[in-house]
Design a protein around this ligand. Structure first.
Ligand code: FES
Length: 193
């Protein structure tokens, strides 16, 4: 090693000073590059608006359903009749394959899968349309589609039957259809997300 590399009295050499300066400069440069990236990653109001979706339900008659997309996922919304609500509410918990509500709107993640724990307004059953077996989109939303043995939704990929509350009742799907986060802005306007 030459005397140009090492100070004899412990003081930093010219090369040390150049190295420190280069390191600090690189750090500042990286920060200058990273800041706009980090700033871009903070969601502003327009991004937050995109993470939610308002759906007008006023044109969905009783007994029918619609499918909307939210964050790239299908969401199924069924306008249940009084008879359908009653049938779903009367289903004993012992008949359920998956006893957990799986409702993102509930604070209690272990709440039971009673009909009441699967919705906000009894008329509207709102579930994510992704079969919990291997991810197919269940039938039963469009008119004339097979609703399965429990009059809810039916996944034709491997034969999973969901009931009027989106609960798995028969077939290989292990869990109930998820209930996404949502709230009602008015009687017929729902905000998903
Ligand atoms: S993906 Fe639905 S039953 Fe297999």
């Amino acid at each position: 090693m030459t005397t140009a590399d090492t100070s004899q009295d412990g003081e930093p050499t010219r090369r040390d000073v150049i190295h420190i300066f280069a390191t600090v400069t690189a750090g500042v440069g990286a920060g200058a590059v990273l800041w706009p990236l980090v700033h871009q990653m903070n969601p502003d109001a327009s991004v937050l608006a995109m993470s939610t979706r308002e759906v007008d339900l006023s044109a969905v008659p009783e007994g029918q359903a619609i499918k909307v997309m939210w964050q790239g996922r299908p969401v199924l919304i069924r306008h249940r009749t009084a008879a359908e609500i009653a049938a779903s509410e009367e289903t004993p918990l012992s008949a359920l394959k998956d006893p957990i509500a799986r409702n993102e709107n509930l604070a209690d993640g272990e709440a039971d899968a009673s009909d009441a724990n699967r919705r906000i307004d009894a008329k509207w059953m709102i579930v994510t349309g992704i079969c919990t077996h291997l991810g197919c989109v269940p039938l039963g939303t469009a008119q004339g589609e097979n609703r399965g043995d429990f009059n809810g939704w039916f996944c034709p990929c491997h034969g999973s039957h969901y009931d009027l509350a989106g609960r798995i009742r028969r077939g290989p799907a292990p869990t109930n259809l998820e209930v996404p986060p949502y709230e009602f802005v008015s009687d017929t306007l729902v905000k998903i997300g």
